[in-house]
Design a protein around this ligand. Structure first.
Ligand code: NAD
Length: 417
């Protein structure tokens, strides 16, 4: 399989061609600014010492501090994190946040470790990153395999090794924290909520109702499960759901509140009553209105795209559609709402959390929801207008909006020195 970072670059270069982006900005944006790799020791419960490898890739900070998630997964490597960091730059620019892009991770399966081991690992990784992160420097958040508890440990470690003073603001070193320690109401569901706004916006664009849409979802973690819960509430019929343990199907629609609770309890969807288990590949072939990839990258391959029968794909995951698959889907007339737009809800509410940490004031949930909706809706409007102007796909239009903003800022700031 080709490099994910190269695939991410191909996406941005295609849009750069469309808008005739200044070649110097292209050069800068095609590589990350900083690639930090740390190897750090952690004592296991058994008494053994193990060495782990962690990454923090800082792609670009012309718009503001670097911002992006931390992933704990066995497939984490430099190439993956570089691609994910670049997507963060384009996403933050697209939705108008004062942030650049970054991503990090550790190559582990968090399920293989006890809670105590994970705490030691997170704290030691944070310490090893040192001044690489900070509320005005680079602000991590949860991604695949990480959660609010881990963000709390990062914040606590950072605050304890930083000098006295500014302890309220120091909490903004990381977002996606528990509400009790400075997290924002609405952050956990924000990415799924933003995916639903993107789907609703597409319904408006194509003149149909959200209620009654048939939907399949790949991935039932933070993003997939919250999207499912909110979409179900709006009357969508969720006919198939997959995670890493099983693919479930119920043509009449699943009982999503029950599946949500089941998955929280069991940490998987396998064994859920009220649906039949089918083969992994079946998930892609069920005829539905909307397919929501909410797991990992490169899941919609050319082979799977050939079998797909849907009208829209809303990319809740980052990089779920391969370049070849996209060409097949475009030819089939399937709309693809790209990751940089569809899953931006998480980083938007992360921004709200950071603002709350800076000001020391907590926002009410309806303020969070209203502002999230405004920002995501506005970004979707901009993309649809740009699509009409350039006569291109949603993805190219999203990149065009994003690149225009980055270019405007470079035009004004110039390139140092
Ligand atoms: P998560 O770890 O909470 O959940 C991942 C889900 O994917 C799990 O249900 C897992 O079982 C499933 N999965 C993994 N491999 C699979 C496979 N081969 N087939 C089917 N299912 C599989 O992660 P998350 O935070 O929900 O992130 C999911 C995606 O959304 C990632 O691409 C992530 O980068 C992206 N994303 C997350 C956020 C966020 O706020 N958490 C924000 C923006 C984008």
């Amino acid at each position: 399989m080709s490099s994910l970072h190269e695939a991410a670059n191909r996406q941005f270069q295609r849009a750069a061609d469309l808008i005739d982006l200044n070649p110097e900005y292209r050069k800068i944006l095609s590589e990350p600014e900083n690639e930090v790799i740390v190897n750090f020791p952690v004592r296991m419960d058994s008494g053994d010492l193990r060495l782990f490898r962690g990454y923090r890739i800082q792609h670009n900070n012309v718009l503001g501090p670097y911002k992006g998630g931390l992933r704990f997964h066995p497939d984490v490597d430099l190439d993956e994190v570089k691609a994910l960091a670049a997507w963060m730059t384009f996403k933050c620019s697209l939705v108008g946040l004062p942030y650049g892009g970054a991503k990090g991770g550790v190559t582990i399966n968090p399920m293989d470790f006890s809670e105590r081991e994970l705490e030691r690992l997170v704290r030691r990784f944070t310490h090893q990153l040192g001044d690489t992160i900070g509320p005005e420097i680079d602000i991590p958040a949860p991604d695949v395999g990480t959660n609010a508890q881990m963000m709390d440990w990062i914040m606590d470690t950072y605050a304890n090794v930083s000098g006295p003073g500014g302890r309220q603001q120091l909490r903004g070193v990381v977002t996606g924290k528990s509400v009790e320690v400075g997290g924002s109401l609405g952050r956990e569901a924000a990415t799924g909520q933003g995916v639903l706004y993107a789907l609703r916006h597409w319904c408006g664009e194509t003149g149909q109702r959200l209620s009654g849409l048939q939907v399949s979802i790949q991935g039932f973690g933070n993003v997939g499960s919250h999207f499912a819960r909110l979409a179900d509430r709006e009357g969508c019929v969720i006919v198939a759901v997959a995670d890493h343990t099983a693919t479930l199907h119920n043509p009449d629609g699943m009982d999503i509140p029950k599946l949500f609770d089941y998955a929280r309890e069991e940490r998987m969807i396998k064994g859920f009553p009220g649906a039949i288990e089918v083969n992994t590949e079946d998930l892609f072939a069920f005829p539905v209105d909307a397919f929501i990839p909410a797991a990992l990258e490169n899941q919609i391959t050319a082979e799977r795209a050939e079998t797909m029968s849907c009208r829209v794909i809303v990319e809740a995951a980052n990089g779920p559609t391969t370049f070849d698959a996209e060409e097949i889907l475009n030819a089939k007339g399937v709309d693809i709402i790209p990751d940089v737009l569809a899953n931006a809800g998480g980083v938007v509410v992360s921004y709200f959390e950071w603002l709350q940490n800076q000001s020391g004031r907590a926002w009410r949930i309806d303020d969070v929801d209203t502002r999230l909706r405004e920002i995501i809706w506005d970004a979707n409007d901009k993309v649809v207008n740009m699509k009409a102007e350039l006569n291109c796909t949603h993805r190219d239009a999203a990149y065009a909006v994003s690149l225009h903003r980055l270019a405007d800022v470079y035009d004004r700031r110039g390139i140092f020195p």
